[in-house]
Design a protein. Structure first.
Length: 458
């Protein structure tokens, strides 16, 4: 559309009816069929929006007033929810959030995956949609008045000060408040991304079993100012903290942790239980941040795998082995494959920690290793795939189908790439039998899925 045909102009206000939510939680409306995105607006609402920017194919607007509010609009539990980039839809009731996410999965599976809508089962919601995150990593910046701890303003690297996050476990919130107070009292400086000056870059907290906390102080240089005082005051004021680390991140960029780390006090790892197994968690470990929902997701994956004790299972993106070890409790043999060597080291440690002997792990590309295993005579009954947001490579999909398992269980953190992969697998002889959405991250637009695909027998 040429600029002269765009029906809206910046700084002018227009009435809109919101029909849906975008992938970032923004309301979607239209003026003369021209799409307008409005953060904060909800489906079913009639609103007034001022146009902020107008592109060739869409515009963005600012919510001015709500003429007809949604029945699912609610007052957010967090005072900074509309500026912080963490929670996009906390102004929507949890019932409304689940409905939006389930509808999105159905739409994508039909539109991209070519599936029947009836194959999508009801979404598995969270029993407790607040204070669920067991891992916190808050950036620390510096302003004239002192250090600021919080989260980034949406779309920027400006840190919004907070004293509590409504989706963090309370143990992490107490650590956040302690760190803010400690740095202010002792006049320690936060990090300036532009100049590279300042001391403390991030505060990380991890909560394990029984509310035990690991604290990690990330600095821009190799020295942690007042290291002994950090430890003594934390031990005195936060008895739940059982492990304290100092990490050095002296490179520019978005990575939170650097390679250099120093154990200051206490335990070297936390223990965190999942599906009856115990996992050792270090500062670098990947571990599910919402354990109750992760357990429900894994239970559904195990149900789809339909194991009876003698099956051979390949976990093609095994990470640190959480799904693999859950599968090993039900299968005869589990082979975990992961391209990240450090993750495989953790997987082997976790297997030994749980005395599991029927799981083996390989640091390799699944697309390269699976054909070799097939040539060696391996015939898996089930292949489990849990890829990153980009989904599976066609090499991995072809290799998985080439091994001819009776079932493929696909765990997805991005329904669009799963739908794409499901369509590819359909051409390789596997059909989607069922898809179950799981709400791993309430108050956000993120939704995960677990799906069962079965081999088509001619």
């Amino acid at each position: 559309m040429s600029k002269k045909n765009i029906p809206v102009k910046p700084n002018e206000t227009y009435p809109l009816t919101i029909r849906d939510l975008g992938i970032h939680g923004e309301g979607i409306g239209a003026v003369d069929d021209f799409t307008v995105f409005v953060p904060g607006a909800l489906p079913g609402e009639t609103i007034q929006a001022m146009i902020v920017t107008a592109k060739k194919s869409y515009a963005t607007g600012r919510l001015i007033s709500i003429e007809t509010p949604s029945a699912h609009r609610t007052t957010p539990a967090c005072p900074v929810c509309h500026t912080c980039g963490g929670c996009q839809i906390s102004h929507l009731t949890y019932e409304g959030q689940l409905a939006v996410k389930e509808r999105r999965v159905k739409d994508v599976m039909v539109r991209i995956g070519g599936c029947e809508e009836s194959l999508v089962r009801p979404i598995i919601g969270a029993q407790h949609p607040w204070n669920y995150r067991n891992k916190m990593a808050v950036p620390v910046s510096q302003v004239t008045s002192g250090p600021v701890l919080g989260y980034y303003r949406q779309g920027s690297h400006q840190v919004i000060p907070i004293t509590s996050c409504a989706i963090q476990e309370e143990e992490n919130n107490r650590l956040l408040r302690f760190a803010q107070g400690f740095m202010t009292r002792h006049q320690l400086t936060g990090y300036n991304e532009k100049t590279g000056r300042g001391s403390v870059r991030h505060i990380m907290g991890r909560v394990g079993d029984h509310g035990e906390v690991m604290a990690v102080i990330v600095t821009a240089s190799g020295k942690l100012p007042l290291a002994d005082l950090w430890v003594s005051e934390m031990r005195k004021l936060l008895p739940e903290v059982v492990s304290i680390y100092h990490n050095v991140q002296n490179h520019k960029g978005n990575a939170i942790l650097g390679k250099e780390i120093h154990h200051l006090w206490g335990k070297k790892t936390l223990t965190s239980s999942l599906c009856g197994l115990a996992f050792e968690v270090s500062p670098f470990s990947f571990f599910q941040v919402h354990k109750p929902q992760a357990e429900l997701l894994y239970e559904k994956a195990l149900a789809y795998a339909d194991l009876h004790g003698g099956e051979t299972v390949i976990d093609a993106y095994c990470g640190t082995g959480t799904i693999s070890l859950c599968l090993a409790q039900k299968a005869g043999r589990v082979i975990g494959i992961e391209i990240v060597k450090e993750a495989i080291e953790d997987a082997n440690k976790n297997a030994a920690f749980n005395h599991i002997e029927n799981a083996e792990f390989y640091a390799a590309d699944a697309g390269e290793l699976m054909p070799k295993l097939y040539q060696e005579g391996l015939r898996p009954d089930v292949i489990v795939m849990d890829p990153v947001r980009a989904g599976c490579s066609e090499t991995v999909l072809s290799a998985a189908a080439g091994m001819q398992p009776s079932r493929i269980v696909y765990v997805s953190c991005n329904v669009a790439t799963f739908a794409r992969d499901a369509k590819i697998l359909a051409g390789l002889g596997y059909t989607v039998k069922e898809v179950t959405p799981v709400d791993m991250f309430p108050q956000t637009m993120h939704v995960e899925c677990v799906a069962l695909l079965s081999k088509v027998h001619n």
